[in-house]
Design a binder for this molecule. Structure first.
Ligand SMILES: Cc1ncc(COP(=O)(O)O)c(C=O)c1O
Length: 203
């Protein structure tokens, strides 16, 4: 079977999250008391007002192809949310509705990465970053961090990881899995390094 699959797919590793979730289910089925810390699944059901809105949308015939970047009224609602909760101002041209961050990241990888392009990944990073980059034929460049820097990449480490092939930097703050958060000053220091390399796209 494996030889029928593309090299692209065979290069991917099994998702650590899914493997861990399967193991947890297996142990639970054996009657063991297991607390699953793999999938980021809430421990509550979808609230009724969301379920009701989904049922209402079906009854209102929201059932054909959507505009690729999302319905205009949904984009307005997203803009409203960012303004109200995060004090961020966007216009509709800056909003794309997708089925999740994973899909958006895959889209970004496919449109930005050429074979052999390097993508800097401060470790630890969210489990799928590396495989999404590999499927786009990019080269993940891991930057190890330690507890001494609160698992954050320093400007010196960033500078040292940059080569003429560096195309992107991918990171998240707060970080999944460490939970660390870069301060404004720390982000500014990283941005000062990136300013010297304007070809690098930050995700
Ligand atoms: C840092 C980070 N990026 C991306 C994702 C994927 O998000 P989604 O479930 O919206 O595809 C997750 C999910 O846990 C995440 O923690």
């Amino acid at each position: 079977m494996q030889e029928q699959l593309s090299d692209r797919i065979n290069r991917l590793e099994t998702s650590a999250t899914l493997a861990m979730a399967a193991k947890a289910r297996e142990l639970k089925a054996e009657g063991k008391n297991i607390i699953g810390l793999s999938l980021g699944e809430p421990d509550f059901n979808t609230p009724d007002f969301i379920k009701d809105a989904a049922i209402q949308a079906i009854n209102d015939n929201y059932n054909s192809y959507t505009p690729v970047d999302g319905y205009a009224d949904l984009k307005e609602a997203v803009i409203h949310k960012f303004k109200r909760d995060n004090r961020l101002t966007y216009d509709k041209s800056q909003i794309v509705v997708s089925t999740g961050a994973k899909q958006s990241l895959a889209n970004v990888a496919m449109v930005c990465i050429n074979p052999g392009d390097e993508v800097i990944l401060p470790c630890p990073y969210w489990v799928s970053y590396k495989d999404i980059i590999k499927i786009a034929e990019g080269v993940p460049v891991e930057v190890p961090t330690t507890i001494d820097t609160d698992f954050k990449m320093t400007p010196q480490q960033l500078e040292a990881a940059i080569t003429p092939k560096t195309k992107m930097l991918w990171y998240s703050s707060p970080c999944n899995p460490s939970g660390m958060l870069y301060s404004k000053e720390e982000l500014r220091a990283l941005a000062d390094v990136l300013k010297k390399h304007p070809q690098i796209i930050v995700v």
